[in-house]
Design a protein. Structure first.
Length: 165
């Protein structure tokens, strides 16, 4: 599933650290402003969230997963088996505030192709810095598999967990 073990326990620990959550929120706010200044157009209304249909994958880091756990206002859902993000419903993202950086940067708008690589690389550099600062192993993992691992962990620890699913 993963090249290296996903640091699931640390992901859930970081999700409970307000300083961490605020720092990632600030990073994403800056990224969102940078992307908005480019005025990209979403022309496919979520086709990119249908990974199998669009023939691509979304990769995330443990820092992004910890932020997702902290900010998602719904249960952690695993892959529905149809190869699409479980949070994509009716052409919209139902967990928009918690979405990973790849979702924030990617637009199929042809005008966006020139700036997306630099924005993605800049984000990854900043995420690597946060991994070091918060002592969490860096990895680049596939989104649907990561969601399944998070959900499975939550189920396994639910009996003794203070964080309900």
């Amino acid at each position: 599933m993963f090249a290296a073990p996903l640091p699931i326990e640390r992901i859930f620990e970081l999700a409970d650290e307000p300083t961490f959550v605020n720092e990632v929120a600030s990073l994403y706010d800056k990224l969102d402003c940078e992307v908005a200044s480019r005025q990209p157009v979403c022309i496919n209304r979520g086709l990119c969230c249908k990974f199998a249909e669009y023939d691509h994958s979304l990769y995330v880091t443990p820092v992004e997963l910890a932020y997702f756990v902290a900010r998602a206002d719904q249960a952690i859902l695993a892959d529905s088996g149809n190869g699409q993000c479980p949070y994509h419903r009716g052409g919209i993202c139902t967990t928009r505030v918690a979405r990973p950086g790849g979702c924030r940067v990617f637009f199929c708008d042809p005008a966006a192709q020139s700036w997306q690589p630099d924005a993605s690389e800049g984000l990854l550099h900043q995420l690597k810095t946060l991994h070091t600062r918060y002592d969490i192993a860096y990895a680049y993992v596939e989104w649907l598999s990561a969601l399944s691992a998070l959900r499975d962990h939550r189920r396994e620890t639910k009996r003794g967990s203070v964080r309900p699913d």
